[in-house]
Design a protein around this ligand. Structure first.
Ligand SMILES: Cc1ncc(COP(=O)(O)O)c(C=O)c1O
Length: 376
């Protein structure tokens, strides 16, 4: 019996990238497809993003960059997160653009470039205030000297940074970080480096700060149709969610008022009613915190999950006489049902984690019936 189905609409991903290009007409789009394209499937999501006009793809992990090359992607790819174990030779041999934050990171890249007989394309990462990866501005001149010393093997083609609070439009850190970024760009140019690309904007900044698009924008969550901030126009910026999460009803039964439901009896029926048992639980990725809080849709109506989510099932009180039968579809996320944002609010997280979690089920061998399919 089907437990969870994750259905990805790759046409929606293509359209979302087209929409993002309209929001950033003067910049190139780097579609962020890290973490298996936020659970949507790295290779097909990347292909859809390319079809929508993404001239760059961005992945945190080098292995994902190499996976994209192996799948036949020949466009610009950027990867930024690694330690000393970076597969530098493979990355350089496959013409992947790489990030550098420290001179320790530079060493294997320069050595690999020499071995490959190529010049590595490097983007300097500046920590403008996120407090995560990147060189702190005061250490930038020394890093630029180190890069200059390896000029036969590395070419600095890019500079980039990442926002801490772009999803809080108007937050003072946004302009502060942009200011630090501009100062860093001036330092880089002062070292005689002509940058090909400068990039700073994630989805939120792409949609709300056109003045900060620079040469390339790096949207992630918006590629998958999820708005990172509220759209003042109430239209989610024209984005379409790409992921649907479905399950099915395994059993239906009528019970009297006062029936305790699921472990701990944290839900008790208030009237004679009908219960639908849904055949997916936390072992299938359904957040346990969704008990008595998250909603699902069955037969065109929305219901809150009744009582605790168990390992492989949960129960929904659909009300007396509601027309429902074993085998009926249950929409956890999708049109007619809750959004990923609603699930996130119900379980105390962000929609990023919701789609990554459910999307991860696409690879769960145990759930042999977890499927991905294209919808036209
Ligand atoms: C470096 C970098 N750029 C861009 C993004 C895309 O961010 P978002 O999904 O908020 O658009 C991420 C994701 O966290 C990131 O780590």
């Amino acid at each position: 019996m089907s437990r969870i189905q994750v259905v990805v609409d790759y046409d929606a991903i293509q359209r979302n990238v087209e929409v993002l290009r309209e929001h950033a007409p003067t910049a190139q789009v780097m579609a962020i497809v890290k973490a298996d394209a936020y659970g949507h499937g790295l290779v097909p999501a990347a292909a859809a993003a390319r079809a929508g006009g993404a001239s760059w793809l961005g992945v945190a992990q080098p292995s994902e960059a190499l996976q994209l090359r192996a799948a036949g992607d020949h466009g610009r790819i950027f990867t930024w997160l690694y330690g000393p174990e970076v597969p530098a030779l493979d990355l350089i041999a496959h013409d992947v653009d790489v990030s550098v934050s420290t001179s320790a990171q530079l060493a294997p890249i320069a050595a690999a470039a020499r071995e490959a007989g190529k010049v590595a394309r490097v983007h300097v990462c500046i920590d403008t205030g996120l407090g995560r990866e990147g060189v702190r501005p005061e250490a930038l001149p020394a890093l630029l000297e180190a890069l200059a010393a390896q000029a036969d093997a590395v070419a600095v083609v890019g500079a980039w940074s990442h926002f801490a609070l772009a999803d809080a439009p108007g937050h003072e850190t946004i302009d502060r970080q942009a200011g630090v970024f501009r100062e860093a760009l001036a330092v880089i140019e002062g070292h005689g480096i002509a940058l090909e690309v400068r990039h700073l904007a994630n989805s939120a900044a792409t949609l709300t700060r056109p003045d900060l698009h620079f040469d390339v924008v790096r949207p992630g969550i918006a590629v998958y149709g999820l708005a990172p901030v509220d759209d003042p126009a109430g239209d989610d910026f024209g984005l379409t969610p790409a992921m649907r999460v479905l399950s099915s009803v395994g059993q239906v039964k009528d019970v009297p008022a006062g029936t305790g439901v699921s472990y701990g009896h944290e839900y008790t029926t208030s009237e004679d009613t009908r219960l639908a048992l849904v055949t997916a639980g936390y072992a299938d990725g359904v957040f346990r915190a969704g008990g008595n809080s998250a909603e699902v849709a069955i037969g065109g109506s929305r219901f809150r999950i009744s009582g605790r989510v168990c390992m492989d099932q949960f129960v929904v009180d659909v009300g007396p006489g509601f027309e429902v039968a074993a085998g009926d579809t249950v929409t956890l996320i999708g049109p007619g049902g809750p959004s990923a944002r609603e699930w996130a609010n119900a379980v105390g997280t962000i929609d990023y984690e919701i789609v990554c979690r459910f999307g991860g089920l696409r690879h769960k061998d145990a759930a042999q019936d977890a499927t991905t399919e294209e919808t036209a």
